[in-house]
Ligand binder design. Structure first.
Ligand SMILES: Cc1ncc(COP(=O)(O)O)c(C=O)c1O
Length: 406
């Protein structure tokens, strides 16, 4: 079990300059002011999983359910959209000064970020071009096209789509709205991360006490880094422990923590947790998490599927919750760690711990969700191991073909 975990041997480091630049109280307040002024804004629910907390022998487990954020199905509606809105405001300023204001925003995505960028572009008057990779389902593609964006499918994985959109963006003069950062490209990913701070700000108003541990699923790392920096900027030494959770196949932050330097993982990075299939960490995320995260861990696909099914069962002490594969990964990480006495001890979890997880998406691929819910308990492991979910995607493509062919 300890293979799945890395914890720091020394205390978390002091707030670094990068962290303070990217997320600070003023930037977080500005993001919340802007986002909360948008039509359909409403804080997402924070469910208390009381029965599950009792069974897990912890004080509380809170689940922040992002499944309905702006009716887009995921927390990504906060980040990419906030960056697009900021760019649109700048374009308006240029127009007032008499310069041309037309702008095309572009990004790579495994589904949710692209949907957020496309949605915001259509809402705030910009054009959008979105790059997806081979594994992205037809359903997720058509959800992006709904907002009038042009969608390009690139051979390979998420990281290939990132490279391609960067090249094409330079060629065609598009503004890249990426959630991942690299040397020389940090301003827009910082805006994306600032948008995500709306979640911990809302959660703090929804409970009288802060969590002690926050388990956060991680793709390129913008999500866990945004929350890590936010809690440290606002609460200093009282900040909860952040535990970064990645799929076993794509655990690039865990590999980076072990190596003590940003590390890319290559080879087969496919996972049922489609939003987390990233081999290269965001540079800013690594800088923030390497100083401030308490632990880094990986989860097998079957654990995410089990967590989805548990949430849907209605046996956690709250209503039945619809969570997609990626959405359940943070909870899956906590459950895996908590079952292992060594991991529980290393993460300093005890009966008084207050755990928070973020349900980052609902059933963003409804066919796959239904297929997973129809499994018998003893079929879960083989479903993941045989990559049957990948085949599920091709059959979804067939089902979706008539409406998604444009
Ligand atoms: C639903 C969902 N949760 C979590 C993540 C992870 O976010 P990040 O890549 O910023 O670490 C993603 C990324 O696409 C996602 O789609």
């Amino acid at each position: 079990m300890l293979d799945h975990l890395w914890t720091r041997s020394s205390p978390v480091e002091l707030l670094g300059a990068t962290e303070a630049n990217v997320i600070n109280p003023a930037a977080a307040a500005a993001a919340e002011k802007e986002i909360s002024s948008w039509l359909y804004y409403t804080p997402t629910p924070l469910h208390s999983l009381t029965e599950l907390a009792r069974a897990c022998e912890v004080g509380a487990i809170d689940y922040k359910d992002e499944g309905n954020r702006f009716l887009l199905g995921s927390f990504k509606a906060l980040g990419g959209a906030y960056a697009v809105r900021s760019l649109a405001l700048r374009a308006q300023d240029r127009e007032r000064e008499g310069s041309p204001s037309s702008m095309t925003v572009a990004c790579a995505t495994d589904g949710n970020h692209g949907r957020s960028v496309a949605w915001a572009a259509s809402r705030f008057g910009l054009n959008a071009v979105i790059y997806i990779h081979s594994e992205v389902s037809e359903r997720r593609k058509s959800e992006i096209e709904r907002y009038g964006a042009r969608v390009h499918r690139v051979d390979g994985v998420y990281d290939d789509a990132v490279r391609q959109v960067k090249l094409d963006g330079e060629r065609f003069g598009w503004t890249i709205v990426s959630d991942t950062s690299y040397p020389g490209y940090t301003e827009i990913p910082s805006l994306v991360m600032q948008g995500y701070t709306v979640m911990p700000a809302e959660a703090a108003r929804q409970r009288s006490e802060l969590p002690t541990h926050v388990f956060l699923q991680c793709g390129v790392g913008a999500l866990p880094a945004a929350l890590c920096a936010y809690y440290r900027a606002i609460y200093g030494a009282e900040a909860p422990k952040i535990i970064v959770v990645e799929p076993v196949n794509a655990a690039c932050l865990l590999a980076s923590a072990r190596a003590g330097a940003l590390t890319e993982v290559t080879g087969d990075i496919s996972t049922v947790m489609a939003g987390l299939a990233c081999g290269r960490p965001s540079m800013l995320a690594w800088e923030i998490l390497s100083r401030g995260a308490f632990g880094f861990m990986s989860v097998p696909d079957a654990e995410a599927v089990r967590a989805m099914r548990l949430l849907a069962s209605g046996e956690t002490g709250t209503v039945s919750i619809v969570s997609g594969e990626t959405g359940a990964a943070g909870l899956a990480g906590f459950l895996l760690a908590n079952r292992s006495p060594e991991m529980r001890a290393r993460l300093e979890i005890d009966r008084s711990s207050r755990i928070m997880v973020i349900g980052t998406e609902s059933d963003t691929d409804p066919e796959l969700y239904r297929r997973i819910m129809d499994l018998h308990d003893d079929q879960v492991s083989s479903f993941c191991k045989n990559r049957e979910w990948s085949r599920a995607r091709s059959s979804i493509a067939e089902i979706a073909a008539p409406s998604s062919e444009r």
